[in-house]
Design a protein around this ligand. Structure first.
Ligand SMILES: Nc1ncnc2c1ncn2[C@@H]1O[C@H](COP(=O)(O)OP(=O)(O)OP(=O)(O)O)[C@@H](O)[C@H]1O
Length: 269
């Protein structure tokens, strides 16, 4: 074993004439917290979409614990052990918090459609397991009291946590968070930071995030990979990346504020 949960090697995605991701290689060590950053349109979401099977890479390899993922459908990637959240909240607003999580656990249910129709013992067991798992995950993210509340009635920060709980309910090895702090106030962001640490420390799940909030990225990440125009331009510890002239140029060249990439003055990274 290499010690890497995910090994992305020479991955490229071309859309028509546009190379959105260009020959990117990146390894994610098991039980790490790492971030992918880069200016607007750098290819970050496309990168996540390839890892999760939404887009098939034009070329390259993506291995989870040694298993090739390229060619798998998104549900098969989930089954293999990768969960994700999206840039925009994607909850079922007419379902309760618990029901939203049970939908997320669908890929782990062992009962079949026939079981469901016939209301077999296996179906009831699966349902019970899903309910139990949903409750455990709701408690884990601190939303136990919102169990029977419609998702749409939850405060914004809690909706984001609910999405994370739904992803965790698929019992992933690796969770990809696409801009988890977007739209959060500073207190919610601090809560999120603590939650992400607990996901790694208590559940042993590896975390990879795309994030624009540089304060969060710099204080949380053990390693940062920087994309610009689809290519990897820098990688390393937060202080190395922060001081890398190529990274400064990528941001500052686009009229961003100098120095600290704080939240208030941050560029749309
Ligand atoms: N389905 C698609 N078809 C064509 N072009 C696409 C598609 N998806 C993304 N792109 C293009 O690929 C490039 C990278 O986009 P992507 O969304 O991956 O960047 P990003 O780094 O996530 O940006 P942001 O920070 O704004 O979310 C952009 O130029 C975008 O317009």
């Amino acid at each position: 074993m290499s010690g890497n949960i995910l090994e992305v090697t020479g991955v490229t995605k071309v859309f028509g004439g546009l190379t959105a991701v260009n020959d990117v290689t990146m390894n994610i060590p098991e039980r790490s917290i790492i971030s992918v950053i880069g200016p607007n349109g750098a290819g970050k979401t496309t990168f996540f979409n390839m890892i999760t099977g939404i887009y098939e890479p034009t070329s390259g390899s993506i291995r989870l614990a040694g298993r090739e993922l390229v060619g798998l459908r998104p549900d098969q990637v989930t089954e293999a052990g990768i969960a994700r959240t999206f840039q925009n909240i994607r909850l079922f607003s007419s379902m309760t918090s618990e029901e939203n999580i049970m939908v997320g656990r669908h890929s782990r249910l062992k009962s079949t459609f026939v079981d469901a129709m016939l209301r077999t013992k296996r179906f009831h067991q699966s349902e019970q397991e899903a309910t139990d798992a949903a409750r455990i995950m709701l408690d884990f993210v601190g939303l136990g009291r919102w169990r029977n509340e419609l998702a749409t009635n939850l405060p914004y920060g809690d909706q984001r946590k609910l999405e994370i709980a739904r992803a965790l309910a698929t019992t992933p090895k690796l969770i990809l968070l696409d801009e988890p702090a977007a739209g959060m106030n500073p207190r919610e962001t601090e809560d999120l930071k603590a939650l992400i640490r607990r996901i790694r420390d208590e559940l042993g799940v590896t975390v990879c995030l795309i994030e624009h909030d540089m304060r969060l990225v710099m204080t949380l990440s053990e390693s940062i990979t920087v994309l610009d125009y689809g290519s990897k331009i820098s990688e390393g510890l937060p202080h190395q990346v922060r001081n890398d002239p190529r990274v400064m140029e990528a941001y500052l060249g686009r009229g961003a504020a100098a120095g600290e990439y704080g939240k208030e003055e941050r560029p749309h990274v």
